[in-house]
Design a protein around this ligand. Structure first.
Ligand code: KIV
Length: 260
């Protein structure tokens, strides 16, 4: 059975944490899906971890569509959520509608994610959801605003935490089906999680969110640099380097191929 947005709400009600990972290609998407991940996110972090850009800002809609199509080809069960890239939705609800429409029509993803809170973004979310497009929100540290916020933890003062709480409420009222809480204090994430009926998905926001997301390259130890809240479960850089060195040695010593 495929995962849908109604089931995610039920998972929150039943207290079963939601598992979310990112993917940007067919093979990884297939493995994540087979491992039972609930949501596979085509995050615009692929700009950095897959395409080698310094921030998420340069990735284009065409590039996101290309990666989302590959991911969707590998997924049978999980819900696929695709990020709307920088400046593909901020201008107006009409622009967001066109962008999100292309994502759903052309890739097979079932939902979109966009960054930021109220009032302009919440209005956009409300238009998208009214048109039947499932939207995931994203507040706290929003990497598309890196030149304004840096990569620092957000919501540390009373005023800043109140603003993030109000943004999350506005997104939920606008019809978002879930919200990513990135790099905010755990007690603020708990407060938002308790206040909202929709699931919160944390990344660097403590254990009390309704689910957790990691960038898969960070989880696998493939990223060059890790954010402070990421946990590598594997050192794939080391494993790949070793395999490449072993192959290289075998070729140079004429040990590969083993048969003529
Ligand atoms: O771009 C991304 O991968 C994300 C997740 C980390 C939430 O936004």
């Amino acid at each position: 059975m495929t995962v849908n947005i109604q089931q995610l709400k039920q998972l929150k009600q039943h207290g079963r944490p939601i598992v979310v990972l990112t993917a940007s290609d067919y093979a990884i998407a297939q493995l994540l899906d087979e491992a039972g991940v609930d949501i596979i996110m085509v995050g615009d972090s692929l700009a950095m971890v897959t395409l080698g850009y310094k921030t998420t800002l340069p990735v284009t809609l065409e590039e996101m569509l290309h990666h989302a199509k590959a991911v969707c080809r590998g997924v049978k069960r999980a819900l696929v959520v695709c990020d709307l890239p920088f400046m593909s939705y901020q201008e107006s609800p009409q622009q967001a509608m066109q962008t999100a429409g292309r994502v759903l029509k052309e890739t097979g993803a079932q939902a979109v994610k966009l960054e930021g809170g109220y009032p302009a973004i919440a209005q956009t979310v409300s238009k998208l959801t009214a048109a039947g497009i499932p939207v995931m929100g994203h507040v706290g540290l929003t990497p598309q605003s890196v030149h304004q916020l840096g990569y620092r933890q957000q919501g540390k003062t009373l005023e800043a935490s109140e603003k993030i709480l109000q943004e999350a409420i506005a997104l939920s009222d606008a019809g978002a089906f879930a919200i990513v809480l990135e790099h905010i204090p755990a007690d603020l994430a708990l407060q938002i999680t308790q206040k909202l009926s929709i699931p919160t998905i944390g990344i660097g926001a403590g254990v009390n969110c309704d689910g957790q997301v990691l960038v898969t390259s960070d989880l696998l130890g493939l990223s060059e640099r890790l954010p402070p809240f990421a946990k590598p479960y594997l050192n794939l850089r080391q494993i790949i380097t070793q395999a490449v060195q072993d192959f290289s040695d075998d070729v140079q010593q004429r040990k590969f191929p083993e048969t003529n």
